[in-house]
Write a protein that binds this ligand. Structure first.
Ligand code: SF4
Length: 734
């Protein structure tokens, strides 16, 4: 098709948290081409392999085009209005019989901002339950808890322009070449252009390690100790930025014995205590490079090398992390430790000096965190705070008593509650928990029970929709208007580009229709044609003020996004630095205004072992993750022929020495088993990645090779984010 004959429409990519700008070429009402948006400062016209091929999935033959209702064990095609009646009646009936906390909703970092907003208003404002959580709990919750504990405010201080200034990029357990490929390209460009250096710090050799200037490997879970050793070196070599620390930092410690959340109804509350610099210095005595080297298998030379980079006052450093740090039973602590390094050296909140927590999903920031589709959240607030509840009640026009003050279930506990029978109705949107939850085998029986009514809104059938009572046909992103928020606080809007097939409907509109049928119509006075605009304008009221202002829709319609706080017609690129951030108000150079005294916290966080370590019976570490071709559980990308062909199924990566010792050849079928379940996969040796000896790696995108039947449902007790990166397994030839 000649490019010029197409009508090109702008929007963000459907997939990862980088948030690349795309242009979709439309011809005769059909999306026929995609290219990178050259006007987007995120990707400057470039996309990755998922981005370029994204629209091909909407043509898949098994697209969910109509509602399906299970009748006598068979799915029957049902008009959408009738299906929504069934959902509303069942939800109402469940609440009447078992109370409002017997119903739950599980949403997504792939939901749009209006979808997340309506979900929150519906569950918290209309029904009056906090039984709302999302799959960002599985990827970003530790980042949220890290921001809140260190800075008292969620969301990053930096932006992607940091890439243009940093001398070093240190990636912490983060295979950006596959997970954030367009940002990795930016790093490679800077490496070629001006000699910026990439240091890959990880448990496994990946494509990122291969392109890095230096690859440093550590034993799983011991990143806590290495981080502390870097702080030890910074202090003992006199590299502390004393004036910054004295003016802008406090020191604290919390409880160290937290457990791992393996038991049902697990409760944990931290007890922070103020300490001083000398206490913190004394704590770090256990983390000299010599001591830490033995535990971590990182050489003393490499620990000192990392510390010297951070300690050099003339070098600008970006630290980048995502799942390796967040999916960790001490994920909040790991986030705190990386901030400790940047705070001790004062390398923060200025171009190129940036601790940068990357997001996984396209709107993990915009929807899950900023709107707040977690159990404890409200739009720009938390349910525990009476002022935030009062503000939400005022904007939503509901009595304040309606919004409960206590969080209920985070993701893992929500599905445990389904299994226990405490939740009797659950509605999932744009998520696939029966592939993505850790220890999936533990949760499937609960979802299959007749006593729990399951509603699944999705674009394609999945193992989760296989257990649904009602399946609702959702619009794909370009078939509706919406907004996403990416890793750098950039909000991006798009208008509907094409019509969806059959009776596909935007998730937000399905919530509104069900809410109306349940008698909450007054709270959802939006029109079908303009609901995205109306909802966004209502939502913006939560963010009024210099600290969080969101850009008006007129701006977002014209531009390739804007970064909040959007003040006086300008994005705020660096927060907490008075030079760039108009919200700094205490007359100092830096103002961490999330904390009442304007100071960030340096946390004393020790190393603790993982809840399950390799032993004689289960001698290998299992690490799971993603591959560049597939998005999460593969429900979309496995339906894109070119991506499916490039990566048709999952595999288990071995170190060649381990494979030789076990007599396993490339491609041979092997069984990976833990104390919880097993999975049969082909072996991969000397192919894409190289695990260190004693470790194996399996990607989780393949619903036919369900590695999450094997993983462990332990989580960080502060963030409640599960650890998919570490459990003990054995391997047998099949
Ligand atoms: Fe899409 Fe992420 Fe690839 Fe960019 S890097 S094109 S946002 S999947």
């Amino acid at each position: 098709v000649p490019e010029g004959s197409l009508d090109w429409k702008k929007g963000p990519c459907r997939f990862c948290g980088v948030g690349c700008g795309i242009l979709v070429g439309v011809e005769n009402g059909k999306a026929v081409a995609v290219k990178g948006d050259p006007n987007s400062s995120v990707n400057k016209g470039l996309l990755c392999v998922k981005g370029y091929h994204q629209i091909m999935c909407i043509q898949a033959k098994d697209r969910l085009e109509h509602a399906l209702v299970k009748k006598n064990g068979t799915y029957v095609k049902t008009p959408i209005n009738e299906a929504l009646d069934i959902v509303a009646n069942k939800m109402k009936e469940t609440i009447e019989k078992h109370g409002k906390d017997s119903v739950a909703m599980y949403t997504s970092g792939q939901s749009t901002i209006p979808e997340g907003y309506v979900a929150s208003k519906f569950m918290k404002g209309a029904i009056g339950t906090n039984n709302l959580d999302c799959n960002a709990r599985l990827c970003m919750a530790s980042a949220v808890a890290g921001f809140l504990t260190t800075f008292g405010a969620d969301e990053p201080m930096g932006c992607y322009e940091d890439f243009d200034y940093a001398d070093y990029y240190i990636t912490w357990g983060n295979n950006m070449a596959e997970m954030h490929p367009v940002l990795f390209s930016r790093m490679l460009e800077e490496k070629n252009r001006r000699g910026a250096k990439i240091i890959d710090f990880a448990t496994r050799t990946t494509r990122s390690s291969m392109a890095a200037d230096r690859s440093i490997l550590f034993e799983p879970q011991t990143d806590l100790a290495v981080g502390n050793a870097i702080c030890y070196e910074i202090i003992n070599n006199g590299w502390v930025n004393k004036s910054f620390v004295e003016k802008y930092c406090n020191f604290s410690k919390g409880l160290t014995k937290m457990g791992y959340g393996l038991e049902d109804k697990y409760k944990f509350k931290d007890k922070p205590t103020k300490i001083n610099f000398e206490d913190y210095k004394a704590f770090l005595e256990d983390y000299s490079p010599e001591k830490v080297s033995k535990l971590t298998k990182v050489s003393v030379k490499d620990i000192k090398y990392l510390a010297a980079i951070y300690g050099d006052p003339n070098k600008k450093v970006m630290s980048l992390w995502c799942m390796g740090v967040n999916q960790h039973t001490r994920g909040t602590w790991m986030n705190n430790i990386i901030y400790n390094i940047h705070l001790l050296t004062g390398k923060i909140s200025e171009p190129g000096n940036s601790p940068f927590s990357l997001t996984g999903q396209p709107s993990a920031c915009g929807t899950a965190r900023e709107v707040g589709t977690f159990t404890h959240k409200l739009p720009k607030g938390v349910v525990m705070n009476p002022k935030h509840r009062a503000k939400a009640a005022k904007i939503w026009k509901v009595p304040v008593e309606k919004i409960p003050s206590k969080p209920t279930y985070h993701a893992t506990e929500m599905f445990r509650a389904v299994d226990r029978g405490d939740i009797k109705f659950i509605w999932t949107q744009a998520v696939n928990p029966l592939v993505s939850l850790p220890r999936t085998s533990r949760f499937r029986p609960g979802m299959e029970k007749e006593s729990c009514f399951v509603v699944v809104s999705d674009v394609f059938p999945t193992p989760t929709s296989d257990v649904a009572d009602v399946i609702l046909p959702a619009s794909w992103h370009i078939e509706k208007s919406g907004l996403y928020g990416n890793s750098e606080r950039r909000t991006q809007h798009w208008d509907q580009m094409v019509e969806g097939p059959g009776e596909t409907t935007p998730d937000a509109w399905m919530f509104i229709e069900v809410a109306k049928r349940m008698g909450y119509g007054d709270l959802f006075p939006y029109s079908k044609e303009n609901h995205v605009e109306e909802i966004y304008n209502e939502y913006r009221q939560f963010h009024a003020g210099k600290k969080h202002e969101m850009a008006p829709l007129e701006v977002l319609k014209k531009e390739s996004g804007a970064i909040w706080p959007y003040v006086d017609g300008k994005s705020t690129q660096w927060r907490f630095n008075a030079k760039y951030d108009p919200a700094c108000s205490n007359g100092e150079e830096f103002h961490f205004y999330g904390k009442p005294d304007g100071k960030a916290v340096i946390w004393q966080r020790p190393y603790e072992p993982a809840p399950e370590m390799p032993d004689n019976e289960y001698p290998f570490w299992l690490n799971t993750g993603r591959v560049i071709e597939h998005w999460h559980t593969g429900s979309m990308t496995r339906r894109i022929p070119v991506l499916h062909k490039a990566m048709p199924h999952a595999y288990v990566e071995f170190h060649p020495d381990d494979a030789a010792a076990l007599g396993i050849r490339n491609g041979a079928k092997v069984k990976v088993s833990s104390r919880r379940g097993s999975c049969i996969l082909p072996a991969s040796i000397n192919e894409r990645g190289l695990p260190t000896k004693g470790q194996i790696f399996v990607p989780f995108f393949d619903e036919n090779m369900l590695i999450n039947d094997v993983t462990l449902d332990a989580f960080c007790p502060i963030s409640k984010e599960p650890d998919y990166k570490k459990c003990a397994v054995k391997v047998e030839k099949v």
